[in-house]
Design a protein around this ligand. Structure first.
Ligand code: FMN
Length: 513
């Protein structure tokens, strides 16, 4: 008996040593031996759920199917599904359908049949081009990494995302926590200016242009983003719980160690729309960089005023990043996460319309976020007028997040949203940067395949009348009709299409707009 126990003990010890030293799975590194139960349960999951547990589409915010697609894409494994859809296609509200062309676009010259890191799908618009910013540029990739601060995410997660983004030609938005050494692994950066002005504040916490210049000097910052609000907690400001305020984070942000770090619910550098436009112009003049805003969507008046004043002054944001109310956060009160700000598919058209009615829609680069890291929703965002999509939690899933929803506790079991060195150890940037790159490349690849299915050679050319929203009991309505767009809205200008073609040579025969 003793011998059997000794053998079992040795086997368990061997497994534990293997788990702690391997680099592929964060859960096993952090929870040796017991972590295997997760994988065992996962492999029996479909059979168990068939009889007793939840369906593939019940879990939120990302269903089991959605997460499986992201995980298999991140591992560059077979991400296809068998037997056909198990979605309630005819019974679910707001169910998106993409109406394919009978004669799809042929594969592009040089287009790989599987996702490839270096086959980027460039943005159809130039960031800062319309306002003639000195550092205007065309983003290499229509898919990019959304702002998630160092603080909310671990250094290892930031590094993995940065290296993954660099590998596939994406940029990474820094989030509002400033620039850390973990951001400096090769990817272009968009520096976010939040209400706490972390990385660009003076001793009193006010915005400091000098500090901004110092922070971005030497970093590959390609654009600045003024964060007005975020979909998961608009009108509230930010909160980094004390458990996450380590000495390193405190130093980067210029705040005390171990205390809750709150950013105010509004900017102190400006008070109204004119002030926002002046601030934007001041930043652009001082740095030459394109400058944009990120905002969740509530009252319409702000957007009307902004578009009016931009039309009148000729200045203002080069890009507008609309974050859906279903977006993610490190920590937010339930009522804000659940009930404040419109979800993306209703929020974005409200904003776009304000600019389109003033003929400004072709001059502004629109960006979308809020569960857009899934190809159907990303395609809908692009059809509605987004030139770029940002992915936040989907990129977290790619680097190992298991949707434990513990970001606010500092005890994320996978080392993604924590500052615990013990848990962060599980996330190995060498391995996870490859997962991030695979996922980003796959989403881009799927978008291109959807575009071709719709008869186009670029996802920016998918028209809003090529998608429908199904609602049980109602006639099928095209997305264009349901959001009230007129023909031509949602598409890049003819000049932008011509410039895109020149920047990304394609076979002749780009379909007409
Ligand atoms: C852990 C975490 C931290 C975040 N930090 C920021 C931030 O610093 N600044 C910001 O503008 N948005 C932040 N966000 C919001 C994301 O950038 C994104 O807008 C939102 O999650 C919607 O995208 P998704 O659905 O792809 O996650 C954060 C989200 C998460 C999950």
């Amino acid at each position: 008996m003793l011998i059997i126990l000794a053998i079992i003990g040795l086997i368990v010890l061997g497994v534990a040593i293997y788990d702690v030293t391997q680099q592929r799975h964060a859960i096993l590194r952090n929870f040796p031996v017991v972590g295997h139960f997760r994988y065992v349960l996962e492999s029996f999951g479909p059979e168990l759920r068939q009889y007793i547990l939840t369906s593939n589409d019940e879990e939120k915010p990302f269903s089991r199917d959605e997460r499986r697609w992201i995980y298999t894409s991140a591992y560059a494994r077979d991400n296809t599904f068998g037997f056909g859809t198990d979605n309630a296609v005819d019974a679910a509200p707001d169910y998106l359908i993409i109406e394919q062309a009978t004669f799809p676009h042929r594969p592009l010259v040089g287009e790989p049949s599987t996702p490839t890191w270096d086959f980027a799908v460039p943005c159809a618009k130039v960031l800062g081009g319309a306002h003639g910013r000195a550092e205007a540029f065309r983003p290499n990739s229509v898919v990019n990494v959304s702002g998630m601060s160092f603080g909310a995410l671990s250094g290892a997660a930031i590094e993995a995302l940065n290296r993954g983004a660099a590998a596939v030609g994406c940029y990474q938005n820094t989030g509002e926590g400033g620039i850390s050494p973990h951001h400096l692994h090769g990817a272009d950066l968009v520096f976010q200016i939040g209400t706490g002005y972390f990385g660009c504040r003076d001793a009193s916490g006010a915005f400091s242009l000098d500090q901004l210049r110092t922070t971005i000097a030497g970093a590959p910052v390609r654009a600045l983003e003024i964060k007005l609000s975020q979909g998961a907690k608009p009108g509230l400001g930010g909160l980094l719980p004390a458990a996450k305020v380590t000495p390193e984070i405190a130093a980067i942000r210029g705040i005390p160690v171990g205390e809750d770090c709150r950013s105010p619910n509004r900017h102190s550098a400006f008070d109204d729309v004119d002030g926002l436009i002046e601030f934007t112009e001041r930043l652009a003049d001082a740095t030459g960089l394109p400058v944009g805003i990120k905002s969740a969507v509530g009252e319409t008046g702000f957007w009307v005023d902004l578009a009016d004043r931009m039309a009148l002054t000729g200045g203002g944001p080069d890009f507008v990043n609309v974050d859906g109310g279903e977006g993610g956060t490190g920590a937010a009160p339930l009522v804000f996460a659940d009930h404040v700000a419109l979800p993306f598919l209703r929020a974005f058209p409200r904003v776009y319309r304000c600019f389109a009615e003033r003929d400004l829609h072709e001059q502004v680069v629109f960006i979308g976020g809020g569960r857009l890291g899934l190809a159907d929703r990303a395609a809908a965002a692009m059809a509605l007028g987004c030139a770029l999509v940002h992915v936040g939690r989907e990129a977290m899933l790619a680097v190992g997040c298991i949707q434990a929803q513990r970001c606010h506790t500092g005890r994320c079991p996978t080392g993604v949203a924590t500052q615990s060195k013990r848990l962060e150890r599980g996330l190995h940037p060498d391995q996870k940067s490859v997962r991030a790159a695979n996922y980003l490349a796959t989403l881009r690849h799927e978008l291109l395949r959807l575009a071709r299915a719709c008869g186009h050679d670029h996802p920016g050319l998918i028209r809003p009348d090529q998608l429908s929203l199904l609602d049980p009991g109602h006639p099928t309505t095209s997305l264009q009709t349901s959001v009230g767009y007129v023909d031509g809205w949602g598409l890049p200008s003819a000049d932008d299409v011509a410039a895109l073609r020149a920047a990304w040579p394609q076979p002749a025969g780009l379909p007409d707009r």
